[in-house]
Design a protein around this ligand. Structure first.
Ligand code: C2E
Ligand code: MG
Ligand code: MG
Ligand code: MG
Length: 290
């Protein structure tokens, strides 16, 4: 679409105003098309889960997988969750879609066990609307029952802003989930909220350091202070800490030195299909590999 807009703009004598007008029009049209399409996407089987490995830095083994949804649109191809999850939120369709994601991820995790792969934790992102959903705990319990996945192997990821909205309500909901045995992670940690009070108030197990901090790990110490502080704090609070978005060996070495528990990122693997994960799990550990 950008290409078409550019072409139109050139045709019209490189008029910047025209160019932006076209881009905006394209964005509005695309949004309307996606909003219409998403209503049918679930029944048409257009969603697919990818899985990204999480590696324990002590054993160098894959210990968990984060489920990440994609939408294969019949005309527009692969659409990122960054684009369609907000639309699903606004239309309320995130509730049935989120349920499908939970069900599919839990069933897949169980299937891998049955197929003889090592037991892996499965992480699933929850959206704001799902957390506010009245019967969320019942839905998840029933998914765990039908999939026969051990509740201890399911980790739910919520962002700080989700946790902060309607605090008491969310705390109680998380406590009910913890009673079943489910784990709770704070996603994109460090980007959302200025107060750290909630770390004591909320029953959480894991902090996932946002990749914007991991990005900044360079050979200068300045940028490393924040990440070091988060890791030390997590350790003191007895929380597991996972670094997101690890792309380089320098970042990996630094996180190892700081005794970060786990890492996730393109350095190890992009999110993969079921087949891709199976191929990866058949390989030796990363240490032997690298
Ligand atoms: P997130 O939960 O923080 O997921 C991590 C995102 O970072 C993923 O993007 C992943 O592909 C990307 N990533 C992982 N390693 C690297 C790296 O080394 N470098 C870079 N540049 N990126 C990396 P993705 O799959 O596009 O998902 C984006 C966001 O969409 C997620 O952020 C999450 O907030 C949301 N999302 C994805 N799947 C779901 C879902 O099933 N349900 C809900 N509610 N939200 C989802
Ligand atoms: Mg996540
Ligand atoms: Mg994240
Ligand atoms: Mg995110």
């Amino acid at each position: 679409h950008a290409d078409i807009a550019m072409y139109r703009a050139k045709e019209q004598g490189r008029n910047n105003y025209q160019f932006y007008a076209c881009e905006m029009e394209d964005a509005i049209v695309r949004r309307a098309v996606l909003e219409n399409g998403i209503r049918k996407a679930l029944e048409r089987n257009e969603f697919i889960l990818y899985y990204q490995p999480q590696i324990d830095l002590e054993t160098k083994k894959i210990v968990g997988l984060e489920a990440l949804v994609r939408w294969i649109h019949p005309e527009h191809g692969l659409i990122s969750p960054v684009e369609f999850i907000p639309i699903a939120e606004e239309t309320g369709l995130i509730v049935p879609i989120g349920e499908w994601i939970l069900q599919t991820a839990c069933e897949q995790a169980k299937l891998w066990q049955v197929q003889g792969f090592p037991k892996l934790r499965i992480s699933v992102n929850l959206s704001a609307r799902q957390v506010q959903q009245k019967n969320l705990v019942e839905k998840i319990s029933s998914i765990l029952q039908t999939s026969e996945l051990e509740p201890e192997l399911l980790e739910l990821e919520i962002t700080e802003s989700i946790a902060m909205y309607n605090e008491e309500y969310v705390i109680n909901k998380l406590l009910s989930l913890k009673k079943i045995g489910i784990k709770i992670a704070i996603d994109d940690f460090g980007t959302g909220y200025s107060s750290l009070n909630y770390l004591n108030k909320f029953p959480i197990d894991t902090l996932k350091i946002d990749r914007s901090f991991v990005n900044q790990i360079k050979n200068t110490t300045d940028n490393q202070e924040i990440i070091t502080t988060i890791i030390v704090m997590a350790r003191n609070l007895k929380l597991k800490v996972i670094a997101e978005g690890v792309e380089t060996v320098e970042q990996l070495r630094f996180l190892e030195e700081q005794q970060c528990n786990e890492v996730q990122g393109f350095y190890f693997s992009k999110p993969l299909t079921v087949e891709g994960i199976q191929a990866l799990l058949k390989q030796p550990t990363w240490e032997e590999n690298n």
